[in-house]
Design a binder for this molecule. Structure first.
Ligand code: NOJ
Length: 570
C-alpha cells in the first residue's frame, strides 16, 4: 500500500467528543479545549486518527451548541480562538485530524442574521430564513383562525412554525423555536454559510460533520406531511412521514457546490448526518448523499447499526443492506453510539462487557470508517439522572415518557478519584457523573485508569483491535464477504490481494461450532481473540460464549462466501 492510497478519513479510526463532557481544565464543571489538550496523548495511544468535536461555537446553548450565534467564534466556555489554533497544532503533531460540527440547517434566534431577518418584512435578510403569513380556516375571520402554513412538527415538540408577533409572520424551525431554519434556496445564504466554513478551513481544520444535512431544503410548495399509523406517543413529530420537510433534490446540488469548495483544500473530509424520512432504517437515503461517490459527502452516517438486535443474523442483514446502498466509488461509515442516542453499552449490551467486546470487534473490522463515541472504549453506560438534573430540552419536555439525551452525555470517566478526574473535586460537573466510575468489581471501576491497569479490560481490547486494524490492510482496504447465515454467529472475510482476515463473532452465551464454510485454509492462525491469543489455538475450534476471533489466512477468499462488497483494491 502506498501513501497515495491512504486517506485518513477512509482508513483511520474517528472519535466523537462531546466537548462539554470530555475534560474540564478551567474548573467550572464544563469540559473545554485546554482540558482536551491534556488528553490528546491518551487518544493518540488509543490509535485515533481524527476527532469530531460537537459544536464549540458561540451559542446561547439552548440546544447545547447546535444553536449557533456566531459560526466564527469559540464559546468562552470552551476557550478562545488561540486555544483552538493550539488544539489544531497539537493534534496535528500527534497525527490526529480535527473535524468541526457545522450546523447548516438552522442558526440560533440570537444570530445577527436572524435578528436582522425578523426586524421587518422588508429586511434585506428577510429571505435568509423561511417566513410565511399562515393560512386561514375556511370562512372564518383571519385574526381568530390564523393557522401555521402546514402540519409540520418540530423534532423537539409542537408545530414547526412560530408566529413572530412583531413582524406578523410565521417562521420555520424544525427543532426548537430558538433554532430558526435557514432558507438555502437563497444563494446569498449559501455564500455566507460557505464563507463560515472557509474561515475554519483556512485555520487548518480537516473537515466537517454536517448536522442534519438532509433537512436543509424543504418542499417549495410547503405541502403537508402524510401520517402513518405507528404509535409514537408522546412525540407527534414521529407520527409523520417526513416527505416534504427534508430530502429535497436541491440539497444534493448544494452539497456538490460545497464539495467543490472542500476539494480546494487537500485531504479534507465531509461527513453528514442524515436522518431518515420515516423514523426507521433507511440506509439508501444516507447513501444517496454520497452522490456518485466523489461529488457530494465523503462519508454519511447511517444509524441502522444502532437499531439492530444483538444477533449475528440481524447484524448481517443490516450490514449487507448498508454495503449494497453505497455507490461503487463511495465509502461506508459505522457507528454504534452518539450524543443523541442511548449508548450501545446500555441499549444493546445491557452493561455486559463480554457483549461490548463482540460489538467492538464488529465495529473495528468492517469495511468503512468506524466512529467511536467518547467513553465507548472504556464501557461507559448511560447515566441514571433524576428529573432535576436533566438539561436536554427534549428530556425536560417529555419526561417521564422520554428522558432525553443527557444520559449518554455524562462526563468522561478518567479515574476513580473525586469527579472521576473530569473536573476539580469541589466543583459540580454540568451533568452528574455516572456513579459506576468508582469502586471495583463487576459494576464499578469504569474509568480510563482502571482500564489501563487491567490487560483484559475493554479499553485494552479496543487498543488491540485498532492496532491490528492498522497493521492489516485487509481490514482497512479489503473487500468484505459474509460466510453462511447463523442466528447467533456472524462470520465474514476481509480480503486484500492474497491475504485474508476472517472474523468470527459469537453473539450468544453458549459455545458454538465455527461454521464449516468459515474454516480457513491450513496456513490459518489466530490473530486475536477475546479469549486469549494463544498461538497454538486452532482457528477452527468452537467459538466460546461471546467470543470474537480474528484469524489470518493466506490464499484466495472463501469460495462459499456471499456477494463481495468492495473490490479489495483501495
Ligand atoms: C442533530 C444533532 O445531532 C442534535 O444533537 C441536535 O439537537 C439537532 N441536530 C439539532 O441541531
Amino acid at each position: 500500500m502506498t501513501a497515495r492510497h491512504y486517506h485518513w478519513w477512509k482508513h483511520g479510526v474517528l472519535y466523537q467528543i462531546y466537548p462539554r463532557s470530555f475534560a474540564d481544565s478551567s474548573g467550572d464543571g464544563t469540559g473545554d479545549l485546554r482540558g482536551l489538550f491534556s488528553r490528546l496523548p491518551y487518544l493518540a495511544d488509543l490509535g485515533i486518527d481524527g476527532l469530531w468535536l460537537s459544536p464549540i461555537f458561540d451559542s446561547p446553548m439552548r440546544d447545547f451548541g447546535y444553536d449557533v450565534r456566531d459560526y466564527c467564534a469559540i464559546h468562552p466556555l470552551f476557550g478562545s480562538l488561540d486555544d483552538f489554533d493550539e488544539l489544531v497544532d497539537r493534534s496535528h503533531r500527534l497525527g490526529i485530524r480535527i473535524i468541526l460540527d457545522l450546523v447548516f440547517n438552522h442558526t440560533s434566534d440570537e444570530h445577527p442574521w436572524f435578528i436582522e431577518s425578523r426586524a421587518s418584512k422588508d429586511s434585506p435578510r428577510r429571505d435568509w430564513y423561511l417566513w410565511h403569513g399562515g393560512r386561514r380556516l375556511a370562512g372564518l375571520p383571519w385574526r381568530i383562525c390564523r393557522r401555521p402554513p402546514n402540519n409540520w412538527r418540530a423534532a423537539f415538540g409542537g408545530s414547526a412554525w412560530t408566529l413572530d408577533e412583531s413582524s406578523d409572520e410565521y417562521y420555520l424551525h424544525l427543532f426548537l423555536e430558538s433554532q430558526p431554519d435557514l432558507n438555502w434556496r437563497n444563494r446569498d445564504t449559501e455564500r455566507a454559510m460557505f464563507e463560515q466554513a472557509r474561515f475554519w478551513l483556512d485555520r487548518g481544520v480537516d473537515g466537517f460533520r454536517l448536522d442534519v444535512i438532509n433537512y436543509i431544503v424543504k418542499d417549495r410548495q410547503l405541502r403537508n406531511n402524510p401520517y402513518h399509523l405507528r404509535w409514537t406517543f408522546p412525540r407527534r413529530h414521529d407520527q409523520q412521514l417526513h416527505r416534504y420537510d427534508r430530502n429535497q433534490p436541491e440539497a444534493h446540488e448544494i452539497l456538490r457546490r460545497f464539495r467543490a469548495l472542500m476539494d480546494r483544500y487537500s485531504e479534507t473530509m465531509l461527513v453528514g448526518e442524515v436522518y431518515p424520512n420515516e423514523g426507521r432504517m433507511e440506509p439508501e437515503a444516507s447513501a444517496s448523499y454520497l452522490g456518485n461517490g466523489s461529488d457530494e459527502l465523503h462519508l454519511a452516517f447511517d444509524f441502522s447499526l444502532m437499531e439492530t438486535r444483538f444477533t449475528g443474523r440481524a447484524y448481517r442483514r443490516t450490514l449487507e443492506r448498508w454495503y449494497s446502498a453505497i455507490p461503487p466509488d463511495g465509502w461506508p461509515t459505522h457507528v454504534l453510539s452518539n450524543h443523541d442516542k442511548p449508548r450501545a453499552m446500555t441499549r444493546r449490551c445491557r452493561g455486559s462487557l463480554a457483549k461490548a467486546r463482540v460489538l467492538a470487534a464488529l465495529l473495528l473490522t468492517q469495511r468503512g470508517t468506524p466512529f467511536l463515541y467518547y467513553g465507548e472504549e472504556i464501557g461507559m453506560r448511560d447515566g441514571k439522572l433524576r428529573r432535576d438534573s436533566l438539561r436536554d430540552p427534549t428530556g425536560r419536555k417529555y419526561w417521564p415518557f422520554f428522558t432525553g439525551r443527557d444520559r449518554s452525555r455524562t462526563p468522561m470517566q478518567w479515574n476513580s478519584g473525586p469527579n472521576a478526574g473530569f473536573c476539580p473535586p469541589d466543583v459540580d460537573p454540568w451533568l452528574p457523573l455516572n456513579t459506576d466510575y468508582a469502586g471495583s468489581g463487576k459494576a464499578g471501576g469504569v474509568n480510563v485508569e482502571a482500564g489501563e491497569a487491567d490487560p483484559d479490560s475493554l479499553l485494552n481490547w479496543y487498543r488491540r483491535l485498532i492496532e491490528v486494524r492498522r497493521k492489516r490492510c485487509e481490514l482497512t482496504h479489503g473487500s468484505i464477504s459474509f460466510v453462511g447465515t447463523h442466528r447467533k454467529l456472524l462470520v465474514y472475510t476481509r480480503a486484500h490481494e492474497e491475504r485474508q482476515v476472517i472474523v468470527m463473532l459469537n453473539f450468544s452465551g453458549r459455545e458454538r461450532p465455527a461454521p464449516p464454510a468459515g474454516i480457513p485454509a491450513a496456513s490459518a492462525r489466530i490473530l486475536l481473540s477475546t479469549h486469549g491469543d494463544a498461538p497454538e489455538a486452532r482457528p477452527e475450534a468452537p467459538l466460546r460464549p461471546y467470543e470474537a476471533r480474528l484469524v489470518s489466512a493466506e490464499g484466495p477468499a472463501n469460495a462459499e462466501a456471499s456477494a463481495r462488497h468492495g473490490s479489495g483494491t483501495r
